[in-house]
Write a protein that binds this ligand. Structure first.
Ligand code: GLU
Length: 459
């Protein structure tokens, strides 16, 4: 085992964003790649904003994506507890160290961290007043993605708020020290905090970890410009779950938000991700959120699923849509799904695509209806084929093909003459699974009934 220790340190204050999941995944991949340890640390110091719902959703989301942790809630290790709200003693002892070193002072009830350097006052246009500043040495952040980033802190900052709670910067650094974190992999939005953090590491006499600041996730161009926000479509992990996307596909998609393997391979199993992931290949520039890519990846995973597993996931979408229930015949369900699997790129579209297999109350596609009845021979075609199908004893793809061929020969036309109208009669539309297998699955009774209904309706 290597000495690599990384952590994912979410604050459970709202719905889990795709960027949060990306930070978790990249930390996890880095740990698995290097044989290191992946720690889950819950940064729940902001009592007003933390919620149990947010924490539950976060944990659910990680589990759904297959991201497990070596240390953290439910996997206690020697560096726990893993909730910051339970680590106050530790923070008090670290605060004492700084006090003893003369690196703190109190002002208006809050405790400040005192930077080192010559002090002067200057008018600050953001504050709108004279403020005290410090001529500090620049801080060099060793960033594995961005190279050396140089920043300078010039104002003391709060490490314990006036209500007694330690500040984010303080607990974040204390825990990274106490948990022996070697690499801090987090979003670019934290880059502006990192010089404060390095100042704190230095004050404790501890060498700072290596940093890797991940590029921000940019909106889908359809949603506008700039950073993706929680309100943009596709931003929340719970949404993918609700929409029955496959977790493996979502994980694969998230892995490509800012990282890609050298040969740009798009479909990567979890083993391949672990084998090929590298912080060196993470891009500096923003990662564009591409919904089409998500659908494409999901489609590839859906096509590759064994039919039983496919049926499992599909069932949940069909159940939600009220199309199947416990009484649904499993063999029938599986044969329907077999012919849909090649055609459908997300389970959320499945009910719309396959409703006619499970219910007589399916939508009629008006465009298809217009096309089928435009030529004026549709009813005649139904009347020609109905007795032929009714006479079929054996109802299989092969016998159906034979029946259509025979009729076509006797009328000196092609079997395709009947396909569109029959497809429309049995499914309400003009596209879907392969035609003859679809008829075989629907069964003789249903097909004949629907032909009759269509004849009556449009005659
Ligand atoms: N609690 C911080 C956040 O959720 C963690 C920052 C970090 O990873 O250091 O943004």
């Amino acid at each position: 085992m290597s000495n690599v220790r990384v952590r994912f340190a979410p604050s459970p204050t709202g719905s889990t964003h795709i960027g949060t999941a990306r930070t978790a995944l990249f930390n996890w991949l880095y740990a698995r790649r290097t044989g290191g340890v992946f720690v889950l640390r819950i940064e729940d110091t902001d009592k007003e904003r933390n919620t149990q719902e947010a924490l539950d959703e976060l944990i659910d989301g990680l589990k759904w994506l297959g991201i497990d942790w070596d240390e953290g809630p439910g996997a206690e290790g020697e560096h726990g507890p893993y909730f910051q709200s339970q680590r106050n003693e530790l923070y008090a002892s670290y605060l004492k160290k700084l006090e003893e070193a003369g690196r703190t002072y109190e002002k208006d009830g809050a405790i400040y961290f005192k930077l080192e350097g010559e002090r002067y006052t200057e008018f600050d246009k953001y504050v709108g007043a004279e403020v005290e500043k410090v001529k500090t040495q620049p801080v060099v952040i060793d960033d594995l993605i961005r190279g050396n980033v140089t920043r300078r802190e010039e104002r003391d900052f709060v490490i314990q708020r006036s209500n007694g709670d330690p500040s984010f910067h303080f607990v974040n650094v204390v825990d990274d020290i106490a948990m022996k974190i070697t690499h801090v992999i987090r979003g670019e939005d934290h880059l502006s905090n990192t010089s404060k953090h390095v100042e704190l590491f230095n004050a404790f006499g501890v060498e700072p970890p290596k940093f890797a600041h991940l590029p921000m996730i940019l909106k889908n161009p359809k949603d506008g410009k700039g950073k993706m926000s929680k309100r943009d479509k596709g931003a929340l992990i719970a949404e993918y779950k609700d929409r029955d996307f496959l977790p493996e596909a979502v994980r694969n998609f998230i892995a490509l938000l800012g990282w890609s393997p050298k040969d740009d391979q798009e479909i990567l199993s979890i083993e391949e991700l672990v084998e090929r992931f590298s912080l060196d290949d993470v891009q500096k520039g923003g990662a564009r959120f591409d919904e089409k890519k998500m659908s494409h990846i999901n489609f590839e995973y859906m096509k590759a699923m064994p039919v039983e597993a496919y049926a499992n996931s599909a069932s949940s979408a069909l159940r939600k849509a009220g199309l199947i229930d416990d009484a649904t015949d499993q063999d029938y369900l599986v044969s329907c799904l077999k012919v849909c699997q090649e055609k459908i790129d997300s389970f959320e579209n499945l009910p719309g695509f396959a409703a006619y297999f499970f219910s007589d109350d399916y939508a009629i596609n008006e465009k298809a209806e217009g096309k089928v009845f435009k030529k004026g021979d549709a009813i005649t075609r139904i009347q020609e084929i109905t007795p032929v199908l009714a006479a079929l004893e054996d109802w299989t793809e092969a016998s159906l093909e034979g029946a259509f061929n025979q009729l076509a020969e006797s009328l000196e036309t092609k079997p395709f003459a009947w396909f569109p109208v029959v497809r429309f009669a049995v499914s309400g539309t003009n596209s879907g699974p392969d035609f003859l297998p679809m008829l075989e699955i629907l069964g003789k009774e249903r097909v004949l009934e629907r032909l009759k209904k269509t004849e009556e309706k449009y005659a």
